[in-house]
Design a protein around this ligand. Structure first.
Ligand SMILES: [Ca+2]
Ligand SMILES: [Ca+2]
Ligand SMILES: [Ca+2]
Length: 257
């Protein structure tokens, strides 16, 4: 596998459920082939932040039929009515004049996990992908109002362990209620003590895991990171060499628009 800076691109995909709803009728079809992955965290999460119900996987399946072994996206979510079978990103690029793919269609050309940079000074170059089966590469799901306090009825481990260090979007400083609308926290204003230190932590320009809470888009946000560096994952769709990318995925939905 060749590794150089020109082949290594970080994409941040923001895929709203609204986008899904606009593409659903174009993508209803049946699988051409089903492939059993040799190594995977096999992490499926059900998006249910609004009237859409949708199985999502941390290998790039924005909509996955694999969990329910049927349609992957339902609307309205309790109806059992399937409207999208499967969906995922198509990313195609050229490396030295050769087309390469990092795509998802009934099978995925990705594994979960990030890619390390080589630490040498100078232009950044891609290193090696991390172990895809590490628990931290699961698919994270948070809702507006979740808490990092284990004693809270809204406690959510995904909220507490939000992987800021791997690129998950975060809010610099703890959330607070701005009672006097002056844009800053004033003593006495309620705040979410995200790191449970009994102190309000203000913005400091840095995003630090365990100190800065997740940045929630809409009412429910999902997040994971994946890469297409494994050659074997490319044998079942377009059969190209890996494109050599890491993709950080935020998928979210709102109850109102
Ligand atoms: Ca901070
Ligand atoms: Ca204030
Ligand atoms: Ca605090």
């Amino acid at each position: 596998m060749r590794k150089n800076s020109s082949q290594f691109i970080i994409f941040s995909l923001v895929l709203s459920m609204l986008l899904l709803s606009t593409t659903l009728f174009a993508r209803i079809s049946f699988p051409k082939k089903q492939v059993t992955s040799t190594v995977t965290l096999d992490n499926f999460v059900f998006f249910d932040g609004n009237q859409i119900g949708c199985w999502v996987s941390n290998d790039g399946q924005v909509v996955s039929y694999e969990k329910a072994v049927s349609t992957g996206l339902f609307w309205p979510k309790e109806s059992g009515l399937g409207v999208v079978f499967q969906s995922g990103p198509f990313i195609i690029g050229k490396v030295n004049g050769e087309f390469r793919s990092a795509s998802v269609e009934y099978t995925s050309e990705y594994y979960p996990g990030k890619v390390f940079y080589n630490p040498a000074p100078g232009p950044k170059t891609a290193g090696t992908p991390d172990n895809s089966t590490l628990p931290k590469y699961r698919l994270y799901k948070i809702n507006r109002g979740d808490s990092s306090d284990p004693a809270s009825p809204r406690f959510n481990p995904d909220y507490t362990e939000w992987p800021v260090d791997d690129g998950a979007p975060a809010h610099d400083g703890e959330y607070f209620t701005d009672l006097n609308n002056n844009q800053v926290w004033d003593k006495g204003e309620p705040f979410e003590d995200y790191d449970l230190d009994n102190q309000y932590d203000s913005p400091d320009g840095l995003l630090v895991q365990g100190q800065d809470p997740p940045l929630i888009s809409g009412d429910q946000t999902l997040w994971y990171v994946m890469n297409d560096f494994d050659k074997d994952k490319h044998k079942h769709l377009f059969s190209t060499q890996p494109l050599g990318i890491e993709v950080q995925v935020s998928q979210f939905g709102s109850k109102t628009l």
